[in-house]
Design a binder for this molecule. Structure first.
Ligand SMILES: [Zn+2]
Ligand SMILES: [Zn+2]
Length: 346
């Protein structure tokens, strides 16, 4: 039974409060996890019903109704797995110190990588030995491997990238208050994920691993990547430049099919990727003036322009039969002219 019953704070997550409850009552984190699991409400349960029971259980122990007011990223697991960091815990060491060991709700958002209060990058590993910060470390306020206190973690000065900035602007008190906020939050985080995924192909840095290996990215690398995506989205011409540079590199690597070159973009178009990116790809296609054998499928073109592929096929057969290098494929060099003619014929 818990003898010490600290008050929760709306500036912390349910995860944070559960860890603090254990600490205040001299439970090890493992013993506390076992205790909750024995009640049929494991700390990490992804089942929404048992998360509710977990909250009710804690409120019952406390004799107060306050746990349900806490932000719980695990309550989003089924709807929005991609919007939160479940596997790693990020903290601002300065905020962590000032709050005496609380985890702020916004640190759990995957694309929030900075602290606006202290102007620094969040940290998710021990700055001494590199071990990931986990619940045990938060519980003991120390690295689980080398014992370095979390509050002495080195933090790098960093301006928020635009994705972190969007999270900072959210009203903390409204993160969980009702269904409408929940929907708005899910929409925002989905858009962030789609945008970063869509732009990622166009912002590779020379020394960066391919974004597909992003799981291996450190927090600092993720930040650099989000900065690059933010910059590519800062204006239409910046997006155009990123697309043109990427395309130039892939072509010089030997790719000859534009649909393969922009293979993520077709999916992107159907998944509501950013309009600036779609526009940049159109600009690239329309202004392509190199006779270097690059081809484009009519189906891919109709996807890009959101037009009916059968009618584009018919238009090409009727008016530009000779331009087809094989059935349904034309040179990229001719694409701007063909699309222009098609759109004018409508
Ligand atoms: Zn801070
Ligand atoms: Zn360490």
């Amino acid at each position: 039974m818990l003898l010490t019953r600290p008050f929760s704070s709306t500036d912390e997550t349910l995860q944070s409060f559960l860890i603090r409850l254990a600490r205040a009552n001299h439970y090890t984190f493992e013993a506390w996890s076992r205790h909750l699991a024995d009640q049929g409400i494991p700390y990490r349960t992804r089942n929404q019903e048992s998360r509710k029971k977990l909250v009710e259980y804690i409120d019952g122990i406390l004799g107060r109704n306050e746990t349900s007011e806490l932000f719980d990223q695990w309550a989003f697991y089924t709807d929005l797995k991609l919007g939160f960091d479940f596997a790693r815990i990020k903290i601002c060491p300065h905020c962590f110190k000032e709050s005496k060991g609380k985890l702020h709700p916004k640190w759990s958002f995957r694309f929030n990588l900075t602290c606006p209060v202290h102007g620094c990058l969040l940290v998710d590993t021990c700055s001494c030995c590199g071990t990931a910060i986990n619940e045990q470390a938060v519980h003991s306020h120390k690295c689980t491997e080398c014992g370095t206190p979390l509050i002495t973690s080195e933090s790098t000065i960093a301006e928020p990238d635009s994705f972190s900035g969007q999270i900072h602007e959210l009203d903390s008190t409204k993160l969980i208050s009702d269904e409408r906020n929940r929907t708005a939050l899910i929409n925002l985080l989905t858009a962030q994920f789609n945008t970063i995924e869509a732009l990622s192909n166009y912002v590779y840095e020379g020394d960066q691993a391919k974004w597909r290996k992003k799981r291996a990215y450190s927090l600092a690398q993720r930040y650099q990547h989000q900065i690059a995506v933010s910059q590519a989205l800062s204006s239409q011409s910046a997006t155009n430049d990123a697309v043109a540079q990427y395309a130039g590199e892939v072509i010089s690597d030997g790719e000859t099919d534009i649909a393969k070159l922009f293979r993520y973009s077709r999916k992107a178009i159907k998944n509501q990727f950013p309009q600036m990116l779609i526009k940049a790809i159109k600009t690239y296609v329309e202004n392509f003036d190199d006779d270097n054998g690059i081809t484009v499928g009519l189906r891919w073109l109709s996807d890009l322009y959101g037009i009916d592929d059968d009618s584009l096929f018919k238009f090409v057969v009727l008016n530009h039969e000779a331009l087809q290098t094989r059935k349904g494929v034309i040179r990229l060099l001719d694409a701007g002219h063909v699309i222009d003619g098609y759109l004018k014929s409508r």
